[in-house]
Design a binder for this molecule. Structure first.
Ligand SMILES: Nc1ncnc2c1ncn2[C@@H]1O[C@H](COP(=O)(O)OP(=O)(O)OP(=O)(O)O)[C@@H](O)[C@H]1O
Ligand SMILES: [Mg+2]
Length: 479
């Protein structure tokens, strides 16, 4: 148990940190980004740069790192969260060179240039011999994934060390509380596929992150150092970061007692169940959570509600759209984007994915404007199709709710600022037969005759997992 806690929502693109400074204080997001930089002050770029131009390598983090261009001795690491959660051994231990040598394409090329098949065979033997020489007889070459994971572990320790300084500085700017912020423990949110399930060894990615936090000087939460992103996000959004307890027990009714849930509590006969479907489209994963709250039997005004959760994270997000865009654009624009800084990308995404106006550059003209319309549309459609299929599958896997249940759809994450993604998720869930009393999302506009909508505040649209992860809800002693 911890009376106070930090929660790090470690995002592939942006990291967010929230603090619960007392058991029943509201959880709050920490403004770790310098004032005036970027749109959202609590979204810290997860970019890490190693600048090798001088005598000694110099690491850079956050906004400074995000403004740097790769190349000429500057290594820019973005989306390294992916490497943390890639399971080594999931793919065969084959190097890209071996894959090339054994590919049908090379055989075809060899035939075209008149290279004898035997010569390709010798080349294969040569590479195999070199592999044995490096790794020892019978030894296995370290896979590319394992190498990336090892690098990401080092990056993580440095990043969390830097993040801790930013967090403590942000805390020192809070109204004086007399708290010793450096002794407050931390927990971290991770994709649902890596979250602890109550038994067995932790996912290697979680172990790697908690080890990195330890190396960086963060004391870990004693019982719940890791929470699942979709679950934490749903709790953050639905409780609106409220923490309520009485006599050492959390008051679920008070914490979740906002919006339609109150109606369910008051009139269980008409509305027996409340369910929120919370979908977060991030840079690395799309997270689905369905939280079903059934009031206790009887007419208790503040019933001890019962909470059921189904959740899933799938590796699909805005970074996949970015990769597809780079590959689909004309060569010089793709090359330009490959080297562009994360700050450039931050400006480019809304201009290309949301408004379609395009992103103006001096070097290669407008990227993603009307001239590239077909390429952009193709990329957006390919991600939309996957999102639609995954959302439909998730909805189909949910236990049925009784007639009269009140359901809400809540769309969060930077990806849900992209209109085509929002439309796809609304279409897939409504298409699967769900009806919502309200849909909440950033920038959602009510259409004539359309269902009721709620504009979701950016604190919940982007900070839900950090806020929810810091919730009293995840303190087992208060349950
Ligand atoms: N208005 C917008 N239009 C287009 N893209 C946007 C907009 N706002 C934010 N994004 C992008 O959405 C992506 C996802 O942001 P978010 O902060 O949700 O990701 P994350 O939490 O870092 O990722 P993950 O949770 O998958 O690790 C980012 O690449 C961000 O640049
Ligand atoms: Mg996220």
């Amino acid at each position: 148990m911890a009376d106070r806690v930090f929660c790090i929502d470690f995002g592939s693109a942006y990291t967010k940190v929230a603090l619960r400074r007392d058991p029943t204080a509201d959880s709050t997001l920490l403004a770790c980004r310098p004032a005036g930089v970027g749109e959202v002050e609590f979204c810290v770029p997860s970019t890490v740069v190693v600048d090798r131009r001088g005598a000694k390598p110099v690491p850079e983090f956050g906004d400074r790192a995000a403004g740097m261009l790769a190349g000429g001795g500057v290594d820019v690491h973005t989306n390294w969260k992916k490497a943390i959660f890639l399971a080594p051994g999931a793919r065969p231990h084959q190097s890209p060179l071996e894959a090339l040598l054994q590919s049908p394409e090379l055989a075809e090329l060899a035939a075209k240039y008149g290279v004898a098949a035997g010569q390709i065979g010798y080349l294969n033997q040569l590479v195999a011999a070199a592999r044995t020489l490096v790794s020892g007889p019978g030894g296995r070459m370290i896979s590319a994934e394992a190498q990336q994971q090892t690098l990401a572990a080092t990056i993580a320790a440095h990043f969390f060390h830097w993040l801790r300084q930013q967090v403590l500085e942000a805390c020192n700017k809070l109204p004086a509380t007399g708290l010793k912020y450096d002794s407050i423990p931390v927990r971290i949110s991770v994709p649902a596929f890596a979250a602890p399930t109550g038994g067995g060894d932790p996912h290697p990615g979680c172990k790697l992150l908690t080890d990195a936090l330890g190396k960086a000087g963060w004391p870990l939460h004693p019982d719940t150092a890791v929470v699942s992103e979709p679950y934490a996000n749903a709790v953050g959004v639905l409780t609106k970061a409220t923490n309520a307890a009485q006599k050492g027990h959390i008051r679920l009714g008070e914490m979740f007692g906002k919006g339609p849930l109150i109606t369910v509590m008051k009139s269980t006969a008409d509305h027996p169940v409340y369910r929120a479907l919370v979908i977060d489209v991030g840079a690395f994963t799309t997270d689905f959570a369905a939280v079903t709250i059934t009031p206790a039997d009887g007419n208790d005004a503040d019933p001890d509600a019962r909470v059921g959760v189904s959740q899933q994270s799938i590796p699909l997000g805005v970074s996949d759209l970015d990769e597809r865009l780079v590959a689909a654009l004309p060569k010089e624009k793709g090359e330009f984007l490959r080297k562009a800084s994360p700050v450039d990308w931050e400006d480019l995404r809304p201009a290309v994915y949301s408004t379609g106006k395009g992103y103006r550059t001096a070097k290669v003209g407008i990227i993603g404007g009307p001239a590239d319309g077909d390429a952009v549309l193709g990329c957006v459609e390919s991600v939309v199709n996957q999102l639609t299929a995954e959302a439909s599958k998730f909805v189909a896997s949910l236990p049925a709710v009784p007639h009269g249940a009140l359901q809400e759809l809540i769309l969060t994450g930077g990806g849900c600022s992209i209109p085509a993604f929002r439309d796809a998720l609304q279409g897939a869930t409504v298409g699967a037969g769900l009806t919502f009393v309200k849909t909440h999302a950033p920038d959602l506009k009510k259409t004539v005759g359309g269902p009721p909508v709620g504009k979701l505040d950016v604190a919940f649209a982007r900070g839900g997992s950090a806020l929810g992860g810091a919730s009293l809800y995840f303190e087992p002693e208060y349950a």
